[in-house]
Design a protein around this ligand. Structure first.
Ligand code: G4F
Length: 349
């Protein structure tokens, strides 16, 4: 059973489990627009048993856990956009914090043998107390999202220790892919660069803090780590990360290179711009609107425990990730363009 089945990780995990012969029950929120596009793109929509589900409705969590008594439960549902958590702090706290307690209570009551995976996050490290961050690093969240996730993390550990629930926490560092939502910085970058490349827009890409550093891996590698955690004899907490960190500026540069732009940077702070060396065109500029009230400046994780105990290792490199994402966005726009041209030709225009 997977909550958040319509998100980036939900799609990759469902595909991974189906390939292993699992029966997958996917829980989704009714009423969301464009709900199943990622599952369609993975080609697995008709292979998943779907149930509509609201994380804040305890009765429906109980009903579903009672009905299926799943062997494994992956909780990937969340309000996962950090920036939005300052606009919706109460909803974020309820869904990302209390929602997890609802699931744990339902498991304890109706299906105590279910193995539970909680999507904990490197955002909990926030203002980092140690470099690199590992399972024992003290937490210091910097957003309502980080605070809510911290409650969810500790309540999962507590249910493991109090009631013997097989609850695992994956402290996952940023993981991206061509399926990433466009509100997150990597996909926002690759989507806009693809449009610039194909002359579908002329205006530069507008970003916030270019200096923040993130440890970015590919989501496909990370869902394997989630599954590995639930295959161990004992439940535990693991960091999944690459151990490399790069500023946002570097991701822009790398993705731009993959689509033929050669960016040079000029100016400082809110006046910084990125210009294409060959055409002199401004590709990137800073817009303070995207700054956050409190920022997580640096994340870099130490994945040694997952490597040693789970035998987990990321396979897709940072450079490959940048290239894959930008190439996929170019392909998507090219195929939309060729559909459009086909319609125009048919219409005799
Ligand atoms: O891509 P982001 O929005 O991801 P963020 O905040 O690191 O959170 C992601 O990773 C967490 C794991 O560490 C997850 F828990 C969470 O659910 C989510 O998946 O922002 C990355 C960085 C930030 O420092 C932000 O300030 O990029 C910076 N940034 C600069 N300009 C921007 C922008 N972020 C966004 N979204 N949009 C911008 O224009």
């Amino acid at each position: 059973m997977i909550t958040g089945i319509t998100g980036q990780d939900g799609g990759y995990l469902a595909k991974f489990l189906l390939d292993k012969g699992y029966r997958v029950i996917g829980l989704y929120r009714r009423g969301a627009t464009d709900t199943f596009s990622k599952l369609k793109e993975h080609g697995i929509l008709d292979k998943i048993e779907l149930e509509d589900f609201e994380l804040l409705e305890f009765s429906n969590i109980c009903r579903l856990i009672k009905k299926y008594k799943p062997d494994e439960f992956y909780n990937l549902a969340a309000q996962s956009f950090v920036a939005a958590s300052w606009q919706e702090p109460i909803y974020t706290a309820q869904a990302d914090g209390m929602g997890v307690l609802y699931i744990l209570e339902a498991i304890r009551e109706f299906s105590p043998k279910t193995k539970f995976y909680q999507a904990s996050t490197s955002e909990m490290f926030g203002k980092v107390q140690e470099i690199p961050q590992k399972e024992t690093t003290p937490f210091y969240p910097r957003s309502p999202y980080g605070c809510a996730k911290l409650f969810a993390h500790w309540i999962s550990v507590n249910y493991r220790e109090s009631f013997g629930i097989f609850a695992c926490c994956g402290i996952l560092f940023n993981h991206e892919s061509p399926m990433r939502g466009k509100e997150f910085v990597t996909r926002k970058i690759t989507d806009h660069l693809a449009k610039l490349k194909l002359n579908l827009v002329q205006k530069p890409l507008e970003l916030g803090n270019l200096n923040a550093k993130r440890d970015w891996g590919h989501a496909l590698d990370y869902v394997e780590g989630m599954w590995l955690m639930l295959q161990q004899e004992k439940p535990d907490t693991y960091v999944l990360s690459t151990g490399e960190t790069h500023p946002i500026r570097d991701f822009v540069q790398e993705a731009a290179r993959a689509c033929g732009f050669d960016i040079i940077w000029q100016g400082d702070g809110i006046d910084e711009i990125g210009i294409d060396r060959n055409t002199n065109k401004t590709i990137v500029k800073v817009n303070p609107k995207f700054f956050r009230p409190a920022e997580v400046e640096l994340l870099v994780g130490d994945p040694s425990k997952a490597q040693e105990i789970l035998g987990w290792k990321r396979k897709i490199s940072y450079k490959e990730l940048c290239r894959l994402m930008v190439e996929e966005d170019i392909k998507r726009y090219e195929s939309k363009l060729s559909d459009y041209m086909g319609v125009m030709v048919e219409a005799g225009k």
